[in-house]
Unconditional design. Structure first.
Length: 146
């Protein structure tokens, strides 16, 4: 019954927006991150890496702009007070099928590949393969608009 209540109020703009518009309509703040397979750290099984992410990293703002540039802003709380406010910048683009966001940041020689799992005006979720706790793992990030 609750679902029927929300359907008439759905936003048609989102239905018509393309992926670039959805991705670049605002900046994003991470609000979740999980890993698979789980890691065992000091006897604890870790799958929720957001829970162990330092607070100073949780308020970082990731911005992908329509012109293909990208940057990460440290947010209100910096881990290192002497660090620049914008801690990385670079370029981003879609794969040919627009299922993957690729980014090349100034502070890395490697292209970062992020498989899009969900992209709406209010939610971004993607998966990357990263080295976490010393081994390659699938990391799923979720973001909310800034």
């Amino acid at each position: 019954m609750l679902l029927a209540f929300f359907i008439p109020f759905s936003c048609k703009k989102e239905d018509n927006a393309n992926k670039t518009e959805l991705l670049t309509s605002h900046c994003w703040i991470v609000d979740g991150a999980t890993i698979a397979p789980a890691a065992v750290i000091n006897g604890a099984i870790i799958t929720d890496i957001y829970a162990v992410l330092p607070l100073c990293d949780r308020d970082n703002v990731t911005c992908l702009l329509a012109n293909g540039s990208a940057y990460v802003n440290e947010g209100a709380t910096k881990c290192d007070p002497n660090a620049p406010q914008v801690n990385s910048s670079g370029k981003w683009w879609f794969s040919a099928d627009e299922k993957v966001v690729l980014a090349l940041l100034d502070n890395s020689p490697d292209t970062l590949s992020s498989e899009i799992l969900e992209l709406t005006t209010g939610r971004l979720r993607f998966r990357q393969t990263l080295e976490v706790f010393g081994q390659p793992r699938e990391v799923t990030f979720s973001y909310r608009p800034e």
